[in-house]
Write a protein that binds this ligand. Structure first.
Ligand code: GMT
Length: 377
């Protein structure tokens, strides 16, 4: 099949999922056509069956905001026509589902039918999409997609609660590629924790929803009694505030801010506990990636997190903002080697359920269904 993939090309989980899915499908012999404004970060190699179509923007002094949706729709239309795409799969509803609807209408005039699949990832619904500024257009474009998928049961029910959705949303969870975590790699533990400290890690886009201050507070409490170091991977608007809090609490020299890192598995492999205390989280892909490295997760129990991180099996979950509970769980884990091993094994075992070889066929099934039902071109 020739598959058009639209995503944000950045480090966020939706872009990672879209890119890894496309790369995997390309390896299986499909054509993966990425349509986006920049080379997706995970599409960093040239591969057979993989194509990148850049959405270029034209600046004009009249525009206060450049019309990205218009340029994206046009690029979708051109790519679908030229490469005879069979399906268009858009990740993150805003504005991709809307632009896809326009592309579909434009092509319909020429007698070309293109089925559109929209995958909802989280904040496109729970934070941004529900805002009255966008809500009507998001509602319309979700309903006009041929198939809608969401990355967790929790996101499905949030979408149904916040919007007036006329079709059944199919849940297809996020995934990891287990082979990535099986290759032997040099251990970097000494580099991050030269004095044999335990290592806590957090990975995100450092937005307010990730509650970085909770992470710093958890870490500062643990430092009172244990030798621990904190690795903060990523970048974003809350970084400086988190650094200032670490300074205020006297732990800043034990916190490593790595910036954006591509091969996060190298850090996760030497991590003892992964922290994700988010305010909202539709899935928590970074937690799953940690679990794939056998790292227990301490997370909040919001959104889709309890679907991924099973309390007492793969780590522990606590109420949003309950720093004391998170500290208590980590202390318990650090003081009980058998418990720690059980959680490490449990985390790894559960992550394997989400291996790409189990999840990608669900998307292929969706593609086959819509293509089978498409009128002949
Ligand atoms: O807006 C964001 O936080 C970014 C977005 C993304 O592109 O990564 O995150 C969402 O999608 C991920 C991939 O499906 C999920 O793993 C994240 O849980 C979800 N973020 C939130 O719901 C906050």
């Amino acid at each position: 099949m020739n598959i058009g993939i639209v995503c944000y090309p950045t480090f966020g989980g939706s872009g990672v999922i879209a890119t890894e899915l496309g790369k995997y499908l390309a390896q299986k012999g499909h054509q993966a056509h990425f349509i986006t404004y920049d080379q997706p970060v995970r599409l960093n190699t040239v591969q057979p069956n993989t194509f990148y179509h850049e959405v270029s923007m034209h600046d004009y002094p009249l525009f206060h905001y450049q019309p990205y949706e218009l340029a994206l729709s046009s690029k979708m239309v051109q790519t679908i026509r030229k490469w005879k795409l069979d399906v268009l799969h858009v990740h993150y509803a805003i504005p991709h589902a809307y632009a896809a609807h326009m592309a579909k209408q434009i092509l319909a005039v020429e007698g070309i039918h293109i089925p559109v699949i929209t995958t909802l990832h989280g904040t496109d619904i729970t934070l941004v999409g529900k805002n009255p500024i966008y809500r009507d257009a998001v509602n319309f474009s979700i309903n006009s997609s041929d198939i809608v998928t969401s990355v967790s049961e929790s996101l499905k029910s949030d979408t149904n609660a916040l919007f007036n959705i006329k079709k059944e949303i199919e849940v297809i969870p996020n995934f990891i590629d287990r082979t990535l975590y099986e290759e032997p790699k040099e251990c970097l533990r000494k580099q991050f924790a030269p004095n044999g400290e335990r290592i806590l890690t957090h990975i995100s886009n450092f937005r307010p929803v990730k509650r970085l201050n909770d992470i710093i507070r958890v870490f500062a409490q643990l430092r009172e009694e244990s030798h621990v170091r904190l690795i903060m991977v990523g970048d974003g608007p809350e970084k400086e505030r988190a650094r200032m809090l670490a300074q205020e609490l006297g732990v800043v020299e034990h916190v490593i801010f790595t910036g954006k890192v591509l091969d996060i598995d190298r850090i996760l492999r030497c991590t003892d506990v992964f922290l994700l205390p988010s305010e909202k989280e539709s899935f928590g892909l970074a937690a799953l990636e940690a679990m794939a490295c056998g790292v227990p997760v301490i997370s909040s129990n919001t959104g889709g997190l309890p679907e991924v991180n099973i309390h007492g099996e793969t780590g522990f979950t606590a109420n949003v903002g309950d720093v004391d509970a998170m500290v208590k769980f980590i202390k318990q884990l650090f003081s009980d080697a058998a418990l720690e091993e059980t959680l490490r094994v449990g985390a790894k075992r559960r992550s394997l359920l989400y291996d790409i070889t189990n999840i990608a066929p669900m998307y292929e099934g969706v593609y086959s269904r819509v293509v089978r039902h498409s009128p002949v071109r």
